[in-house]
Ligand binder design. Structure first.
Ligand code: DSN
Length: 436
């Protein structure tokens, strides 16, 4: 691409690393479920002149001049996000998922308030209450977890916990839970205990936007999502919310702001300064792409691919947490193969075979977060490459071979050769090479 030529001249070291990264992603299958490959249009928006501007504030209410085009761009991003998710209000400025979630905590809770969120080991996120994160340090987390036997969310148990604790907020959302979340059931619990419902759909937002997974937007007070996972946009996040604060009298008696006002105020000036306009332009481009009919076909294929991969893995004797998947991700339980705590080694062996996945905790992890007993896999990126069910089966066979022979470099080399051949049939970013 033309826009790449300058960097080749001005900074050959970085250019060479970019070129190598392009080769790495082309020659491997990307199964880290939080990663994806954005379109060239999204890349171009990120590399645009919008990177130069400072725009503290919101459209038509900024602190600096020269905003006429930034304002129109951000308004487009807002309108497209509203249309895509059917939300009442959206803030498109969060730099990424963690600051977005932080703004929600500061909007809904006071420091020290209690809330419930999915335990990290069971598939939650750092910002859902981990003790090393602001969400666990500043606020009182009462984690809910999955059933010890089935590893599924048990809504009756969660309800009992909520009735006992009376949290001010219940957080729904996942990073490693492979099944559908019953957002309506969560909402009923929130209503019963008068808790805010905050849903972080970062992993599944591409599925929610297309109706492939139920969306919490119609229920929850606030919904966040990163924009770079199944949604296939740039690194970043958005916050969607209802306009009205339904617990204003109870929890914010002094506040003159509605919920939308609280969220906006906590993003800027509460947590962030100037928005990243180039990224917000790329978000707008990605939302436009996600509104097209093709994107629904893509989202459906992500789930079909995940199911095909899960079935093949299980038929090869691999145990999956919950014995399958409903969404885009799976978690392999290595403890069932006497590989407890070997997630790191298996991840490295898979990388040698050009299969990129990540080590992950399993529910009630017997190892540790750094040496966990799971491998997390997902299909958003391979589906973007146009791979289909048969390709998933081939990859699954490769994964099973690597797990069973993770110390056998010859067998791993053979899998790598097969993966290289598979990848050669699915070109990625054609024409983007700088050195050819
Ligand atoms: N790190 C992301 C993931 O991989 O799920 C969540 O932020």
């Amino acid at each position: 691409m033309d826009m790449m030529r300058d960097i080749l001249e001005s900074d050959p070291e970085i250019a060479a690393l970019m070129e190598k990264e392009l080769g790495r992603i082309r020659d491997g299958v990307e199964l880290i479920p939080s990663e994806n490959f954005v379109s060239k249009a999204v890349l171009q928006a990120m590399g645009s002149v919008f990177t130069n501007k400072y725009s503290e504030g919101y459209p038509r209410k900024r602190y600096y001049g020269g905003q006429e085009f930034v304002d129109s761009m951000e308004e487009l991003a807002i309108e497209r996000a509203k249309k895509l998710f059917g939300c009442e209000h959206v803030n498109v400025q969060p730099y990424s998922g963690s600051p977005a979630n932080m703004a929600v905590f500061f909007s809904l809770l006071e420091v020290g308030d209690s809330y419930m969120g999915l335990d990290l080991n069971a598939g939650g996120h750092l910002t859902h209450g981990s003790p090393v994160n602001f969400s666990g340090k500043l606020f009182r987390i009462n984690p809910y977890t999955v059933d010890r036997k089935t590893h599924l969310l048990d809504m009756e148990e969660i309800r009992k916990q909520a009735l006992a604790i009376k949290p001010r907020m219940i957080l729904t959302g996942l990073t490693a839970y492979p099944r559908k979340i019953d957002f309506k059931a969560f909402q009923e619990i929130c209503d019963e205990v008068e808790a805010y419902h905050f849903s972080d759909i970062s992993h599944i937002s591409g599925l929610c936007a297309t109706g492939v997974h139920e969306s919490p937007v119609k229920y929850a007070d606030v919904v966040t999502t990163t924009t770079h996972k199944t949604l296939r946009g740039p690194r970043g996040a958005i916050i969607m919310c209802k306009k009205a604060d339904r617990y204003q009298k109870k929890y914010h008696p002094e506040s003159k702001k509605d919920l939308a006002g609280l969220i906006d105020f906590n993003v800027f000036p509460g947590i962030q300064g100037g928005p990243h306009d180039h990224v917000n332009a790329a978000k707008a481009v990605a939302f436009q792409e996600a509104l097209k009919p093709d994107f629904k076909i893509y989202a459906k294929q992500i789930v079909k691919n995940a199911k095909a991969m899960a079935d093949e893995l299980m038929s090869r004797g691999i145990k999956l947490v919950t014995d399958g998947t409903d969404n885009h991700l799976m978690v392999i339980d290595l403890s069932a193969k006497n590989l407890t705590g070997k997630g790191k080694e298996i991840q490295a062996a898979l990388d040698q075979a050009n299969i990129h996945a990540n080590k992950n905790t399993i529910p009630f992890e017997p190892g540790s977060p750094f040496n966990p007993s799971g491998i997390r896999l997902g299909t958003p990126a391979v589906t973007t490459r146009n791979m289909k069910e048969n390709d998933m089966k081939e990859i699954a066979r490769g994964i099973a071979t690597v797990i069973d022979n993770y110390n056998d470099s010859k067998k791993i080399e053979k899998v790598k050769a097969d993966i290289l051949e598979l990848c050669s049939n699915f070109p990625l970013y054609p024409g983007m090479d700088m050195l050819k």
